[in-house]
Design a protein around this ligand. Structure first.
Ligand SMILES: *[C@@H]1O[C@H](CO)[C@@H](O)[C@H](O)[C@H]1NC(C)=O
Ligand SMILES: *[C@@H]1O[C@H](CO)[C@@H](O)[C@H](O)[C@H]1NC(C)=O
Length: 236
C-alpha cells in the first residue's frame, strides 16, 4: 500500500462537510483497517475468482465508480447533477448505500443520475460501528461486479466535487495508486489487544474513511475475511 497525500480533487480539505463530521471522527481508521492487510495479500494473491478473470480480460472504456454512503437522500444531488452532466456516461458508474428500503426516484432526488442506483441489500448503519465498514464493503462488492470499474471512490452524502469530471477522471486514471489517509496517532487508545491475532498493534493506523482505491485494492477490502470479522467482534 503506497501512502500518499490524497489528490487535490478529492482531498477532505477540498470537500465541504455539512454533516457526518462526527461520524468521520468516530469512524476514523475503520476503513484503513481493511487495507492493513494489503501488503501481505499483494505478496501472495489469492486464487482468482471469475470476477477477477473477467476484469483482467476487460477491454473498453474504464470507469470510475462513485460510491455514495448516504444516511437517506443526497442533499447535494444538484451539484452532482452538474458534475455528471459533463461526463461521458461510459466513463462512470454510481452506487448508493442508503437506509434499507430508501428509494432514489423523482420524488427523492433532483438528479436522474441517482434513480434506482441504491443497493438492494443495504444494511442499517450505526455511527462509528463496524456496520459502516460493512456498508462500504457492499458498495465495493457491487461495483466490482462491473469489470469496467477501475477506480472506486467512496463518498459521503456531504461530499461535492470541486473539479469537473474530466479533470477528476484523468487524474485518477493516470495514477496507478490508491489514495488513503493513514497515520500513526500516538494519543489514541482504540486498539483492542484482543484483535492482535488478526491486526497487529504496530499495523494500527488512523485515517479518514473517504478513500479512492484501484481495483486490486478494492478486491482486497471486499474479499477480506480476516480483518473485518475481527473488527466486527471487538470494535462495536
Ligand atoms: C475541467 O477543468 C480543468 C481544470 O480546472 C480545465 O482545464 C478544463 O478546461 C475543464 N474541462 C471542461 C470540459 O470544462
Ligand atoms: C472518457 O474516457 C475516454 C478514455 O477512456 C477519454 O478519452 C475521455 O476523455 C473520457 N471522457 C470524459 C468526459 O472524461
Amino acid at each position: 500500500m503506497t501512502k500518499r497525500t490524497p489528490p487535490q480533487t478529492l482531498s477532505k480539505r477540498h470537500f465541504f462537510r455539512l454533516g457526518w463530521k462526527l461520524m468521520v471522527l468516530v469512524a476514523v481508521g475503520l476503513c484503513v483497517i481493511g487495507l492493513l492487510k494489503l501488503q501481505s495479500e499483494l505478496a501472495a494473491p489469492p486464487a482468482r475468482g471469475s470476477r477477477r478473470i473477467r476484469a483482467d480480460a476487460f477491454v473498453g472504456s474504464p470507469k470510475v465508480a462513485f460510491l455514495f454512503l448516504a444516511r437517506r437522500d443526497l442533499p447535494l444531488d444538484f451539484l452532482w447533477q452538474a458534475f455528471f452532466e459533463n461526463a461521458d456516461v461510459a466513463n462512470f458508474s454510481i452506487y448508493i448505500h442508503s437506509e434499507p428500503g430508501f428509494v432514489f426516484d423523482e420524488s427523492t432526488t433532483r438528479s436522474a443520475f441517482f434513480y434506482n442506483r441504491q443497493l438492494r441489500n443495504s444494511i442499517k448503519v450505526g455511527w462509528g460501528e463496524s456496520s459502516m465498514i460493512g456498508a462500504e464493503r457492499l458498495l465495493l462488492d457491487a461495483a466490482l461486479d462491473d469489470p469496467a470499474n477501475r477506480r472506486f471512490v467512496l463518498l459521503s452524502d456531504s461530499c461535492v466535487p470541486l473539479y469537473n469530471f474530466s479533470y477528476i477522471y484523468n487524474y485518477l486514471m493516470a495514477s496507478p495508486r490508491s489514495f488513503v489517509d493513514s497515520f500513526l496517532d500516538k494519543k489514541e487508545g482504540r486498539y483492542n489487544p484482543k484483535m492482535s491475532y488478526a491486526i497487529r498493534k504496530k499495523k494500527w493506523r488512523k485515517g479518514s474513511q473517504w478513500i479512492t482505491l484501484i481495483r486490486r485494492h478494492a478486491e482486497v477490502v471486499a474479499d477480506d475475511d480476516v480483518i473485518f470479522p475481527a473488527f466486527k467482534k471487538f470494535c462495536q
